[in-house]
Design a protein around this ligand. Structure first.
Ligand SMILES: Nc1nc2c(c(=O)[nH]1)N[C@H]1C(S)=C(S)[C@@H](COP(=O)(O)O)O[C@H]1N2
Ligand SMILES: [Mo]
Length: 412
């Protein structure tokens, strides 16, 4: 349910919504008529239950202020991630979108001589539409395995999605606006609200170098899987950039600056989304100047069927499947092992529908005798680079853990 639907023309809660609201709150709404315009009772405004009620109940809530919710691996079985199974990573509070008709996107910055502002209608009418399936993986996915622990949400394996996004190419819009030779980077700005409630505080404002911003697949999107983007995923407009840390795909987008320097917005500096430029021992205090910004995400894969803990009876073979992705690269091979990585068997691997989309793989496994097994999955990218079997290089933020995914299987 979009929050938009809550309000009548005058900005008061719709009468037809009162029963739903009462259910969400667990109590009747007293004085709903006299609430100030576009105001929700505090209990609702704080936890934004409407959007997350639409998630499947098995999703793992890591925090509720801000919302951070991950998807268990077996719920990511679809080639195109449905909205109700998509992980949520908020750094601040989901904004309330009172009037979507008034939404605009401004392109400005040092490298833009003539800044321009577009309505959503302008974007939709004036530029060609494109749809791509794009893998979005949080840079901190897999953080739970680092020791000492990285600061932040202890994501396991499910902070990744691949939905079909529809919009216009950022490059088409930037070319129409015009930018100078000195352009280095873009930076996005979103309408989410800082946890402190201070409207002047930036929640997150990240970006990418021009070469990534100008790729065909970099979209200003208003649809996900053929529908309005759900509020929690960035309605009504989102920057979507596949293959790089999810943090570069700015939600609730209202401004893009074309910068003549590396963008220095919120969470572009310090240990945020940065890793040591040189190898360090676990627990090292790494100075800022030795950290570099994470760009393309490393090769990785997931087993999405069966769910870990599967029981298998005599003579049964096990059909195993999942997805594999490799940042800006393509996945070239997929293998599984049932002997802790001693030997590996090749899997069937599909081509991606477009660049930067995860690829589907599957295989059939026969287990030699009854007992406990682990199935490990390992992807190899088009450069011959493989997933490590154990946790890779420790880094202060606990980013880019692409160790092999494993599930437990028992043959009885
Ligand atoms: N405006 C805004 N955009 C944002 C964020 C945010 O907090 N605010 N989080 C980023 C991060 S860290 C990730 S991993 C992705 C998560 O996208 P999702 O919640 O749609 O899955 O959104 C990115 N875009
Ligand atoms: Mo993220």
């Amino acid at each position: 349910m979009q929050q938009l639907d809550l309000w009548d023309r005058r900005g008061f809660l719709k009468k037809s919504m009162l029963a739903t609201l009462a259910t969400a709150l667990g109590t009747e709404l007293a004085f709903a008529e006299s609430l100030p315009k576009f105001h929700l009772p505090l209990a609702l405004a704080a936890s934004d239950p409407f959007d997350l009620k639409s998630k499947v109940p098995e999703m793992r809530v890591l925090s509720d202020r801000p919302w951070n919710v991950e998807t268990p691996a077996h719920l990511l079985d679809d080639a195109v991630t449905p909205a109700d199974r998509m992980f949520v990573r908020n750094n601040g509070l989901t904004p309330q979108i009172a009037n979507v008709d008034a939404w605009t996107l401004t392109i400005d910055g040092e490298s833009v001589p003539n800044p321009k502002t577009f309505s959503l209608e302008d974007l939709k009418k004036r530029f060609a539409h494109h749809t791509y399936r794009l893998t979005i993986e949080c840079g901190g996915n897999g953080r739970y395995e680092y020791n000492p622990p990285g600061h932040g949400n202890q994501w396991q394996v499910g902070a990744v999605s691949c939905a079909a996004w529809t919009g216009v190419r950022l490059k088409d819009v930037l070319r129409e606006v015009g930018f100078g030779q000195d352009a280095v980077y873009i930076g996005y700005y979103g309408r989410d609200v800082h946890l402190s409630g201070d409207p002047n505080k930036e929640v997150i404002s990240r970006g990418v170098p021009m070469h990534k911003a100008l790729e065909d697949e970099t979209l200003l999107a208003w649809q996900m899987n053929g529908q309005d983007i759900p509020l929690v995923h960035g309605y009504p407009l989102r920057l979507v950039i596949g293959g790089w840390p999810g943090s570069v795909s700015g939600k609730w987008l209202y401004r893009i600056a074309v910068r003549n320097q590396v963008h220095d917005g919120q969470k572009m500096t310090g240990t945020s989304y940065r890793v040591p430029a040189h190898p360090v021992a676990p627990g090292t205090d790494v100075p800022d100047e030795d950290l570099k910004i994470i760009e393309s995400m490393p090769v990785k894969s997931l087993i999405t069927y069966p769910k870990t803990g599967a029981m298998l009876s005599e003579n049964q073979t096990l059909a195993v499947r999942g997805h594999a992705w490799a940042g800006d690269h393509r996945v070239q091979a997929m293998h599984t092992s049932i002997d802790y990585g001693a030997t590996w068997q090749p899997c069937t691997l599909q081509s991606p529908p477009n660049r930067l989309a995860w690829q589907q793989w599957n295989t059939t496994i026969r287990f030699p005798q009854p007992g406990y097994y682990e199935v490990w999955a390992r992807a190899t990218d088009d450069q011959g680079v493989m997933q490590p079997m154990v946790v890779p290089a420790w880094n202060p933020g606990g980013y880019v853990n692409n160790a092999c995914h494993r599930i437990a299987v028992k043959k009885v």
